[in-house]
Every structure is written in structure tokens, then in C-alpha cells.
Design a protein around this ligand. Sequence first.
Ligand code: NAP
Length: 324
Amino acid sequence: MTKAIRYDKTGGPEVMKWVDVDVGEPGEGEVRLRQSACGLNYIDVYFRSGLYPQPLPAGLGMEAAGEVTAVGKGVSALKAGDRVAYVARPPGAYAQERVLRADQVIKLPDGISDEAAASIMLQGLTAQYLLRRTYRVKAGDTILIQAAAGGVGLLVCQWAKALGATVIGTVGSDEKAAIAKAHGCDHPVVYTREDFTARVREITNGAGVPVVYDSIGKDTYTKSLDCLAPLGMFVSFGNASGPLPPIDSSEFAGRGSLFFTRPTLFTYIAKRADYEANAAELFDVVASGKVRTSINQRYALKDVGLAHAGLEARKTTGSTILIP
Ligand SMILES: NC(=O)c1ccc[n+]([C@@H]2O[C@H](COP(=O)([O-])OP(=O)(O)OC[C@H]3O[C@@H](n4cnc5c(N)ncnc54)[C@H](OP(=O)(O)O)[C@@H]3O)[C@@H](O)[C@H]2O)c1
């Protein structure tokens, strides 16, 4: 028996229970992992609260790192003792041990610790596709990222800066502004007292930006659209404040033939070759020091309720890991 987090009804952090589970032996094409660190992500809140429904009872958590302890029939690329990490569905990463398909995990290079990997598999691979594939950021671009001091935010700021962009980022406090600035955000905007649309227009001499990466959703939707230059791209990649209203296409025509996309990481890593290539690129930027991981909160996995409460109350910066 090992321990894992399960929930049998949706609701607040209290619905998550630390229970005994039997993970069993890996079947054909599967591996069993002993996990040393799990990542905390906003998507875990969406599942727990019911915004993203799934059949219950169920596990939670999308990413973790650890060691392979057994391999099933037909697995030749991995062996017991290998250090690996993953971001994978269905939720269930909040666990001491887990069985997964071998093609869902990535071998870790020496330069990436288990804890670092658990903090970047989801948020870092998200930063990778946002900046390198959804809208390909180039030197000289000025971009806007919402929640710049958050988990995805600090990675996006640093990576965009390394690509030669000027980064404008919204944050909820002066303390978060200082953290974002220290991670490559040229213009942190404290949206609680500054109008971020006006600041974007001022910083870009009225031109607007070619891309807005918006993970706040409902509260920032219209103002984010107002930041875009004609032909700009609105990248709606999250809904921390609630889902967007129904899309009215005239909003996109009227502001100058804007593009809209609602991307999800799992589309961008659906093919194994992409998963491997994107992870390799992520590990390279981290190993090179261009992008630093920011594990600013650490909890025992059994105390994950406290971690969720802190994330939802906007008390966190950077990434949070959970130790099983
Ligand atoms: N589509 C994808 O592939 C994908 C992948 C990863 C993450 N995401 C999304 O990206 C976002 C960031 O994820 P994360 O795990 O890195 O979280 P995070 O940014 O560390 O935390 C969320 C932050 O959002 C800001 N926020 C603004 N309004 C909020 C509200 N009403 N409630 C709570 N927070 C609010 C807060 O920062 P301030 O205090 O500075 O406002 C808060 O710290 C989430 O929306 C997540 O769903 C999407």
C-alpha cells in the first residue's frame, strides 16, 4: 500500500483526502514510479472545484518526477533506477507511487533535479509552446503576459527576455512586481492601481502588442483585447478568474483582424516526438541558466489543501512543489 490524494466530490480544498492505494504491477508498455516531487498547477484547482469535470472518485495532479521501480513487458527504453518526469493525463500525480504508460514519461538529464523537473514539466512546457509555437516570439517584439509573477509567468518572462523580447507583465502587488522584474519582466504593471491597457499603449507608443498571453480569463478579457495591435493574437490559455464570456467575433474584426486561440498543452505534446523535442528544449534553457526554476513554495503532499488555498488566494509566486 502507498498513499495518494483522492477526491469523491468537487468543492474546496477540504475535499482532497490522503488515502491508501494499491498501484499494482506495471502492465505491458507501462512503468511504475516512486515519486519524489509533484508539481502544483492551477488546473488542479479547476478539477477539484468542478470547473473541469471528471468521473469521481478520482486522483488529482498532472506532473511529477521520480524513479522507475519496475517496467512492464515490452518496455525497452526505460529500466528500474532511471530518473524520469512527466506531465500526463488523467489527473493522479498527487501520489507516492504511480503506474503510467512508458511513453508518458521523459528521462531526466543529470543537470535537472527531480524537484526542478516537477516544477517545470507543466508550466515550462507551457511556456515553451506559448513562446515558440503559438505565437513565435522574436527579438524586438514587445509582449504582454498576465500573472507575470506566477508559475507560468516567471518562466515566460525569462524565456521571452532570452529571445530578445521586451516583456510587459501584470501582477497583483508591488512585491510581485519586484519578483517579475528580477525574472526579466521589463515593465511590471500592478493592475490593482494601474490601468494595464493604458500602460501597454504608453510603453508601445500607442501601437499595442502583437500578442497577449492571458490566463486570467473573465476579468481581463476585454482589456487584454484592447492591448493588441491590428493582426495581433489573443492567446487565452487559462481562466483563473473564471471562464470567458461567449466569443463575439465582431470584437476581433473591430480591433483590426485579431486572431484568437484557446490552446492547451496536451495538444502541443500529443505526439511523442513533440513531447521529447519540447522537453529537450526546456531542459536546455534551464540547464544553460537562461531560465531559472522558481520553487517558492514547498509542502508535504498530505498538506496539499494548504497549497491549493494559497494558490487560489494569490499568495504564491513562481512554482509550488509537493513532497510525497
Ligand atoms: N492552457 C494551458 O496549456 C495551460 C498550461 C498551464 C497553465 N495554464 C493556466 O495558466 C495560468 C497560470 O497557472 P499557474 O499554475 O502558473 O498559476 P499562477 O499564475 O502561479 O497563479 C495564478 C495567478 O493568477 C493571478 N490571478 C488573477 N486573478 C485571479 C483570481 N481571480 N483568482 C486567482 N488568481 C488570480 C494571481 O496573480 P496576481 O496576484 O499577480 O494577480 C495568481 O497568483 C492558470 O490560469 C492556468 O490554468 C494553462
